[in-house]
Structure formats: C-alpha cells, structure tokens
Design a protein around this ligand. Structure first.
Ligand code: SF4
Length: 686
C-alpha cells in the first residue's frame, strides 16, 4: 500500500457543489472504505455535513450493481460484458442505420467527472448527433444562459473565500445554503453573517437559511420578477444607481428605465405577497452597501421565465456596480459536485467543450481538428426534448448516471414516452427507476473507486482519487464508453479514451478556460478557471476590467412579470413548489440507501399551512393525495407555517412518492429548463 493510501486518499465529497475534501482509507473487506477528516482540504478544512459524513455508506452497499444485465423475455438476466456491449453497439448501429444519427439521445450526469462527461458527449457527436445533455438542464440552465448572455461566463462570478471576507450584504434568492450547501453556509456565509454581513433571503419556504437571515421575503412562487422590479424601481427612484459604473461598464440601462417607467410597486407587492416596506428596506440595504453579493438557486432558475429571473438579478448587480470585485457578483449555488464542469466540458446539445456553439463554424473546426471527425452542425435536443421526441425522432437512449423517470417533470408522461424507445442502455451503480426500464444495464464504479476531476460551485477544478478496488464485474464509466466507441466506430478510428489524465490532456486542448490546468497543477488545492496557460493562477473572481461579452459591457435588460404557465383555479387551488432536503440528494438513488440519511427523513412529505389544513380537514402526519393535471401522488402531510396559505411544498427525492409526476414540463424558451417550481395542484383527503 502506498504511503498516501496508508494515510488516506484525498478525494472530493460526491454530493453537493461545495466540493468538500475528505480522506478515504480502504478497510479490511472488499470495497469497504472508511472516512477520515482531511484537515487541510482547501474548501472545508475537514468539516463535513450529514451527507458528506454518510457518503461512504453507499460505496459497499449490498444493492450495488456488480454484473451487466440484459433483458430477455421481459426479465433481466446477468450477462458477460462481451454480450452486453455487443447488444448495446448492435442496437445503436441498427438505430442509426434505420433512422439516422439524430435518432439517439445521450444523457450525461453531474454525478460523473469532467472526463466521463467529456467522453460521453464526444461519443454522441461521433455517433452523429448533438442530442446530448445533462441534468444541469434541470437545475441551472437558465442561470447559465443569462450569465453567459449578459456577463460572459455561465458561472459563479466570485469565490466563496472573497465573498466571506468582503461582502457586506448577501442577497440569497431561491437558494437555501444552510440545508443545500451546509458547509459553505457554516464555514463561510454564517460566519460572515455573525460578523455583521446583512442577509436577505427571498424564498417561499421558511428554512434554516431564512431562520438565520436578517430579513426573509417570503415571496409567492413564480413572482420573483415583480419582487426584483420593486427593488430596482426603489433604487432608481432614490438615486442609488452607481452612475459611473453604469456609464462605463454597462449597456441597456435605458431599457430598464423604460420597462419600469409605469411600474406600480403596490400592485407588484400584492402579486408577490410580500409587504412593500420590507422589499423597499431590502433594496436600500443592498444598494447602499459597499459590497453586496447575490446568491442564486433553483428557486430562480426552475421557471418557464428562469432566464429572465436571473437577468433581473444581473440587472440589480449591474445598476449598483456590484460586479468585478471581491465580495460582489451573481453567484449560482450548484447542487451536485460537478454541475459546473459537466457544462464546461460540453455535455450539452448546443455547445461543445468550452461553450463553443455547435453552429459556430470556426470554433467547431478547432474542436474537429483535435477530434479527427466532423461534428453535426445543428443544435440537438435538450434532455426533456429528447424524452418528448421518443418514438418519433428519437428511438434510443444512452443514460450515464441519470434517472429521468424520477427527475423529469410530468413523470407519468415520461414513463409512457420511455416505453416508446426501442432501446435504452443505463450505466449506473444502483438499479434506478430508469434502469428498470432499460434493455441493458451496465454496472459502473462509484465515486470512491475512480479518479478524475470535478469543478465545484466557485469554478474550482479539483481531483477525485480512487481509494478502493472496483467491486465485482463493475467497470469505470470511461472504460465502458471507450469500449462502446471502439466497437461502434471500428478499428480504423481510435476511440480509446485512455485514463482520466489522458482524457483531461485532450479536454484542455479544446476547452480554453481549462487550458492551463494539468493534473500536476491541481495537486490537492485545485485551480479556479479561467486558467488559460500554465503560468495562469486562475481567477477567484471575474470581470475586474471588463465583461466577456462581445462589447466588453455588462448587459442590462428590463424584464416584466410572467405568471407561471399554470396558475391556481377552482379545481387546482394551490401552487405546488418543490425543493431539496439537507439529508437527501436528487432522485435518492444514493441517499435513500444510506442508513444515516434515510433514518433522518424516511419518506416524502408535503408542507401545508394550518389554515388550509383546517379548512380541508388534513391532520398532521396523515396521508393525503396531491393531484395536478398530470397525475397524483400520496404523501404525508406536515402541517406547519413554513408555507403561506395556498402554497404546498414538497421534495423530489423519493421514488415511492415521486413528486415530479405532478410538476409542469413547460420549458423556459431560452434555456429549456422545466417549470418545477410552480404547478397548480389540489389536496384530496380520504
Ligand atoms: Fe458534501 Fe456538500 Fe456536505 Fe460538503 S456541504 S460535505 S460537498 S454535501
């Protein structure tokens, strides 16, 4: 055993985007790993939240997939790798011959490394399609779209360190870092708040972040634009605009002024359900601070107007000059340990690695030169669109580490659509609801068994390292993809990706923001992108001199209220909104198998206000049926004042009560993110 392994192997927590470091030490038994604190870890200095602390519980879990499975006469049976991969590649070849390259869809995953997502998207392009996407589409696609359009990069503008040290105000909008990014909250944000950073939180739900906040604006779901327009109008009317910054570094200010010219703040406050004076106070606190930082989460992004929601946060930062220096900016908080990187390396239907649009001839040619083949020139379908095209344009699906049956909105329709696929292959570590529908299931390795890089929420690229042996006949995602590509494309085309470092060496050639990063340079600290050459230290905050837009200016654009696509009526009188729990993760394939995490919250629930519960006769902890236009789900009621009357709040983690059977699949027209955060629903009591 190496000295490093003897002392524990340094790697990264597999859960949220904070990217906490931890050490793993291999135990006596096959696959057994023990957690040890990594006191020098750059982000968390040894601290872990409940999920990180329980992260090893799923590595050696008895339900891990160990052998390839193929479906025969409707049932799964074990197969050799040879048989399983032959089935995968012969079906993929048949589908391409019969229907063309655009007849397959490929789902990458933010649970996988940069290298794995990079090779998956390359496989899709070589197959002949840009129908490749990842779960970021479901969480922050609109944030990325707005930030890229108006500032230049679809990423956190600042770093956690400078935000802790320099910000005087945190504006946390649609995010709940105390529960969803607990170590960032306890180590950075809460610390700063204790040292007199003023915290405003905007969220329809009372949670641990709002309990710590100086001011909680409990907005009605889907009314964030009118709320921020009150803030902006208050700033304009009181002369709190940073005129020099607006003059020198922005464009579009006049459009915002025109948009708000006849804006009625009292009417808007009624729409949001928040007292006008509270919003005006928040506006003053933010606008008059020396440095004010915005944190944005899925409460903003997961709307059919998600791109405009985030644009209004950008408007707020630009008109007050809160960009381009420490302690400021617009900062998306990412929910998985590689949400940022999955997009950076091109697992997207419209962009190649480094965010090169697939229809940009010059940029695409540069990538093609490295890859040695031509890339399709037309943007493909996003993940929800791939599902919606099942049986029509799309006939086969390649899923790496995702679980769309539980994660996509309008889940009953997703089930019906996936049934239309002629062939589905799933690579995963556990049998998921999606894997249950597959024709072939390929057992992959977990986070503790493989190496690679992940990019955390503040653009820090970090290395994960293998700490234990591969269980059973499982294989690394990279090796599976290499094998599939080699079989599909023949001996004449070398698709063998190599090991993670070899993949990274190729990846950085086509991803300029990663170009200066090497495995050696990453060491134990990681490097923040952009890092354009090997002398470049990486940037902890962006836009000091100019924005990365064509004009170099930050884009202001006024936006107006767009009610959710589905609003309450007599039949569906509630607005149902969803969010995550501290102790669970995504569709629960890992967290619900963790004894520690499932003990803390064993099943789904819905928060309902006591006024509504009394009226409907709902008892606390009784089971109720939630019904939307798309289906129904039975779930335990939690009667409390965490939501206002008329609002229901539940979680997406549990396949036994899959709340996404109810959510709306209306898409933001720019970013194609679904409207998870506001669906009309009713409550039925037996
Ligand atoms: Fe893991 Fe996030 Fe918790 Fe850190 S805060 S231990 S990265 S889940």
């Amino acid at each position: 055993m190496s000295k490093e392994a003897d002392e524990g192997v340094c790697t990264i927590c597999p859960y949220c985007g904070v990217g906490c470091g931890l050490k793993l030490k291999e135990g006596e038994e096959q696959g057994e790993v023990r957690l040890q604190p990594w006191f020098d870890a750059p982000v968390n200095e040894g601290a872990l939240c409940i999920k990180g602390g329980a992260s090893t519980e799923v590595v050696n879990h008895e339900e891990r997939l160990m052998e390839p499975l193929v479906r025969e006469d409707g049932e799964f049976r074990e197969a050799t790798w040879e048989e399983a991969l032959e089935r995968v590649t012969s079906e993929m070849s048949r589908i391409r011959e019969e229907y063309g390259g655009n007849s397959m869809g490929f789902f990458g995953s933010s649970k996988c490394t940069n290298e794995e997502n990079y090779v998956l998207q390359k496989l899709a392009r070589r197959y002949g399609t840009n129908n490749v996407d990842n779960c970021t589409r479901m969480c922050h696609a609109s944030t990325v779209a707005a930030l890229r359009e108006s500032l230049g990069a679809g990423a956190m503008t600042n770093s956690m360190q400078d935000l802790m040290e320099e910000a005087d105000v945190y504006w946390i909008h649609g995010a709940n870092p105390a529960e969803q990014h607990p170590i960032a909250h306890s180590k950075y944000f809460r610390q700063a708040a204790l040292e007199d950073t003023f915290v405003v939180q905007v969220d329809p739900h009372v949670n641990k972040t709002s309990r710590d906040a100086d001011l909680h604006l409990q907005v009605k779901p889907g009314t964030d634009i009118p709320l921020l327009n009150i803030v902006l109008k208050t700033i304009l009317d009181n002369g709190w605009v940073d005129e020099d910054f607006v003059e020198e570094r922005t464009e579009g200010f006049e459009h915002l002024v025109e948009t708000l010219e006849d804006f009625d703040v009292e009417e808007a406050a009624d729409i949001c359900g928040v007292p006008l004076e509270d919003i005006e106070r928040a506006a003053e606190v933010y606008a008059t601070a020396e440095n004010a930082a915005i944190f944005t989460g899925m409460g903003m992004s997961q709307h059919a107007c998600g791109t405009d929601n985030v644009q209004n946060e950008i408007n707020l930062a630009l008109v007050t000059g809160n960009l381009g220096r420490p302690g400021t900016g617009v900062n998306p908080l990412r929910g998985q340990n590689n949400v940022q990187g999955t997009c950076d390396v091109g697992a997207m239907y419209n962009t190649l690695p480094g965010y090169v649009p697939v229809d940009d001839d010059e940029g695409r040619a540069a990538v093609e030169e490295v890859w040695g083949f031509e890339v399709p020139t037309v943007p493909g379908l996003s993940n929800v669109e791939i599902t919606q095209a099942a049986g029509e344009q799309v006939h086969g699906l390649y899923v790496m580490g995702e679980n769309p049956v539980i994660s996509e909105p309008n889940g009953n329709e997703v089930l019906e659509l996936l049934d239309e696929m002629e062939f589905i292959v799933v690579q995963d570590i556990f049998m998921s609801d999606t894997a249950e529908l597959a024709d072939v299931v390929l057992p992959a390795t977990s986070w503790a068994e493989r190496g690679g890089t992940v990019t955390n929420t503040d653009r820090r690229v970090q290395r994960m390292r293998a700490a234990t042996r591969v269980p059973g006949n499982a294989r690394h995602d990279l090796d599976i993809l290499s094998d599939v590509g080699t079989r599909l494309f023949g001996e004449g085309f070398d698709f063998d990706a190599g090991d993670p470092e070899e993949v990274f060496e190729e990846l950085r050639q086509v991803t300029p923001i990663y170009r200066g990063i090497t495995y050696d340079r990453l060491g134990l600290e990681g490097v923040h992108w952009p890092c354009y050459d090997e002398e470049d230290e990486g940037d902890p905050f962006l836009y000091e001199e100019s924005f990365d837009t064509p004009s170099g200016l930050g884009g202001i654009r006024g936006v107006t209220h767009q009610p959710p696509r589905e609003v309450e009526d007599e039949t569906y009188p509630f607005v149902l909104t969803t969010a995550r729990l501290e102790e669970h993760y995504n569709t629960g394939t890992m967290s619900t198998r963790s004894p520690t995490l499932i003990r803390r919250t064993p099943e789904n629930f819905v928060d309902i206000n006591p006024v509504d519960a009394d009226r409907l006769g709902v008892e606390d902890e009784a089971y109720v049926k939630l019904v939307s236009r798309r289906g129904d789900v039975v779930v335990k009621a939690s009667v409390n004042e965490n939501v206002k009357p008329g609002v229901l709040w539940s979680t997406p983690h549990f396949s036994e009560s899959p709340i996404n059977r109810l959510t709306n699949d209306a898409l933001d027209p720019v970013a194609k993110i679904p409207e998870y955060k506001a669906s009309a629903a009713r409550v039925e009591v037996d």
